[in-house]
Design a protein around this ligand. Structure first.
Ligand SMILES: *Cc1c(COP(=O)(O)O)cnc(C)c1O
Length: 393
């Protein structure tokens, strides 16, 4: 079947897409409308933590769909209670608000911080954010993002997000004032090209915010749920933030996110926050299936081992090809190319049956399924080598 048969022109043009239609996925593999197979190191944008159409998620969806899809957020349902309980038992947080996306989780975090400011900080509402940050595409989360392409869009922006520089504590201190209620950051900036906040910077930020009585908010939409080899990215620094947002991996491919907060910060009152689908049992049942899989003993060890294998292969490849550094943790890694050829490599790789991502023209990002095999990593490196050294096909 040809691409022309699909009337894709009815879709709003929000991104440039290749003329491929994906019709099936299994594990690390995707098939397009012409039956071509692709090794997938994008995985829905670091979303499919268990790969494509994994059994636990397919089963959870089927069972829950037959049992109860949604009773309304005005009533309790069992999967959301159980998933919230799992999350608080495995993190430093006490309360959970479920969302349908990462942006919505961050939007909730911003609202909660502002409510906290109104209650406890004499109306303080500013949240210090960072250059290069990405927090989503709602109006407030775009305003909080430090992505240059966003700067001129959809003016006027939501005010209250002064911007500091990552790993530069003085730049944060310079922005602190009576209106400051919190600091928000990604433990590793994903969309900016996989730039980690250093352990020291995270510890210094925690100390500074605690001393000033303001909130530390971590956006773990990309780094959470095992991606870095720890369950949450903040654990690596040995800190305990006040608020955390989750998305992507928690749903393993379905729309689910969460905003978590410590008890002392959980100041929403009835009417402040909600949403028709928030905490619906169908998605929360999937979240429980994901939690059951990545919470199994050995799973995170596997992520760390495979992450080390991928890092080792990328570093050797980089040395052989005279490319740049490898950045990131666990299975969220970037390879610096030293020149703006990312787009060309992504296209060449796709033509050879490999899906990778270039968040910035001068680097490639690798975000495979957390259960990707060492053999699949090796197969990826082989195709990548052909794209960088061989003639572009
Ligand atoms: C993807 C992402 C978001 C936005 O999540 P959506 O589900 O696309 O709304 C927010 N923050 C970070 C760090 C992300 O990687």
């Amino acid at each position: 079947m040809g691409f022309e048969q699909f009337p894709a022109g009815a879709l709003m043009n929000i991104t440039t897409r290749p003329e491929l239609i994906f019709v099936r996925g299994q594990g690390s593999w995707l098939w397009d409308h012409e039956g071509r197979r692709y090794l997938d190191f994008v995985q829905g944008w670091a979303v499919n933590c268990l790969g494509h159409s994994p059994q636990p998620i397919a089963d959870a969806l089927a069972v829950q769909a037959h049992r109860l899809i949604t009773p309304s957020p005005a009533f309790y349902n069992e999967p959301s209670i159980r998933l919230a309980d799992w999350l608080v038992r495995h993190s430093c947080f006490d309360r959970v608000f479920f969302t349908n996306s990462g942006a919505e989780a961050n939007e909730g975090a911003i609202k909660l911080a502002r409510k906290y400011g109104a209650r406890h900080r004499e109306g303080a509402y500013e949240i210090i954010t960072f250059d290069g940050a990405f927090h989503g595409r709602t109006l407030a989360t775009m305003s909080a993002s430090g992505k240059k392409q966003f700067d001129a869009l959809f003016e006027p922006k939501v005010p209250g997000f002064p911007r500091a520089r990552l790993n530069d504590l003085a730049s944060v201190e310079a922005l602190l004032g009576p209106r400051t209620v919190g600091v928000m950051l990604e433990p590793i900036q994903g969309e900016a090209g996989v730039w980690p906040a250093t352990v020291q910077f995270l510890r210094d930020l925690r100390a500074l915010t605690a001393e000033r009585g303001i909130l530390l908010i971590v956006d773990e939409v990309q780094t959470g749920m095992g991606r870095t080899g720890d369950l949450f990215g903040y654990e690596h620094a040995g800190i305990e933030p006040d608020i955390m947002s989750l998305g992507k991996g928690i749903g393993g491919g379905v729309p689910l996110g969460a905003m978590l907060a410590r008890e002392s910060v959980s100041c929403f009152e009835p009417g402040d926050q909600g949403g028709t689908y928030n905490g619906n049992p169908l998605m929360c049942a999937v979240g429980l299936a994901v939690a059951g899989s990545i919470g199994a003993p050995e799973f995170l060890d596997g992520v760390r081992r495979t992450g080390e294998h991928l890092r080792g292969r990328l570093e050797a490849f980089s040395r052989a090809q005279h490319l740049g550094e490898v950045r990131g943790r666990g299975l969220l890694l970037a390879l610096d190319l030293g020149q703006p050829i990312g787009g060309r490599i992504v296209d060449a790789a796709r033509a050879r049956g490999l899906l990778i991502n270039s968040p910035r023209p001068e680097c490639l990002r690798f975000m495979p399924a957390l259960n990707v095999t060492h053999e699949e990593v090796d197969a990826m490196i082989e195709i990548l080598a052909a794209c960088v050294t061989g003639p572009a096909s």
